[in-house]
Ligand binder design. Structure first.
Ligand code: COI
Length: 331
């Protein structure tokens, strides 16, 4: 059995080598991402393990299949960048890693919320300038707030536990109801109800055709004045222009964005200086002290990276051996 792993970063390499040694299976690790220029590297392999934010286009998937590789294992959870038609047409079996560490994302999300509520970016700036005064940067307390969690999958549920640990009231919206949460009476019936009640909105939904830019002008108009918005999920969920308007008007008190609708090719890149970042809208957000932009790092912990690599390799091995795997994605 031979597996090729695309886009392997230095921080992933030791976990890949450990798996390969433990399993006695050859894994060819390449730094390049899977695209039309690198797809031929997969010739002769039984399966490919991949992670990238740029799209898995029809052209790439058609070529991969023509190279005889249809066992494709993603090291991440989101599948919104995979061309579903090409998957079906070529008979791909695709796996993802649905739970490499929901806690990693949940912990980061709440960390960012606490930084916003306690105004730590402002105090950090003031202190760096020798200003040790308190006013006017008085903080808010999470324990007296209502947090509206959008989507109660693994990450949403992990975040809920932390919010509840702080003493916040948690409400949630999801099309699919988790039976345990249902018993606790956590769910509201509509997003409008969530918007009307929540002081903090914590987004944990995957990106789908139906929820693109769900957080738009109309949604903001239904939210409480001074709401806090957290998006560690997918940039496509938020209409960035509408968010900027809502920040300008004060409708939104602050936002923590670990994702951004145009992040591909921008996040996880060193531009050398702030000015060189080639996205004015992103820089507009980054300049605001009540907006925390981070480059899609909520997932980026040692535990998560290890699990992403090793669970994806396990999935790929299962596909190659039996055509089945624990985490096959339905397209
Ligand atoms: C995902 O797992 O889908 C993520 O969004 C994290 C990614 C940067 C690996």
């Amino acid at each position: 059995m031979k597996i090729i792993a695309y886009g392997i970063r230095d921080d992933e390499q030791p976990y890949l080598e450990q798996w390969s040694k433990d399993q006695g299976i050859e894994v060819k690790a390449v730094k390049e991402l899977l695209d039309e220029s690198t797809v031929d590297l997969a010739k002769g392999y039984d399966g490919a393990v991949v992670y990238q934010q740029k799209p898995y286009t029809a052209a790439v998937l058609d070529k991969l299949a023509a190279n005889g590789v249809t066992n494709l294992s993603l090291r991440n959870v989101g599948v919104d960048n995979v061309d579903a038609d090409a998957v079906k047409r070529n008979g791909f079996k695709v796996t993802n890693v649905p739970a490499y560490s929901p806690e990693a994302i949940a912990e980061f999300t709440v960390t960012e919320l606490m930084r916003l509520l306690r105004r730590t970016p402002t105090f950090d700036r003031k202190q760096a300038n020798g200003d040790l005064r308190w006013a006017p940067d008085i903080a808010d307390e999470l324990n007296s707030m209502t947090v509206g969690v959008v989507a109660t999958g693994r990450i949403g549920r992990a975040a809920m536990k932390i919010y509840q640990g702080f003493g916040a009231k948690v409400i949630a919206y999801d099309v699919f109801h988790n039976p345990e949460l249902e018993k606790q009476g956590i769910y509201v019936d509509t997003m409008d109800e969530l918007y009307a009640q929540a002081d903090v909105i914590s987004l944990h939904a995957p990106a789908t055709k139906d929820n693109e830019k769900m957080i738009n002008d109309d949604a903001f108009s239904k939210m409480k004045d001074g709401v806090w918005l957290l998006n560690p999920a997918r940039g496509a969920l938020v209409d960035t222009d509408a968010l900027i308007r809502a920040l300008d008007s004060g409708k939104v008190a602050g936002a923590a964005l670990d994702v951004y609708e145009d992040e591909v090719g921008i996040f996880n890149t060193d531009f050398g200086s702030f000015d060189a970042i080639p996205d004015e809208r992103l820089k507009n957000l980054m300049k605001r002290e009540n907006v925390l932009v981070s480059p899609h790092i909520a997932f980026y912990t040692k535990t998560a990276v290890k699990n992403m690599v090793q669970f994806a390799l396990n999935n790929n091995k299962q596909l190659i051996e039996s055509g089945k795997a624990d985490n096959v994605v339905k397209f």
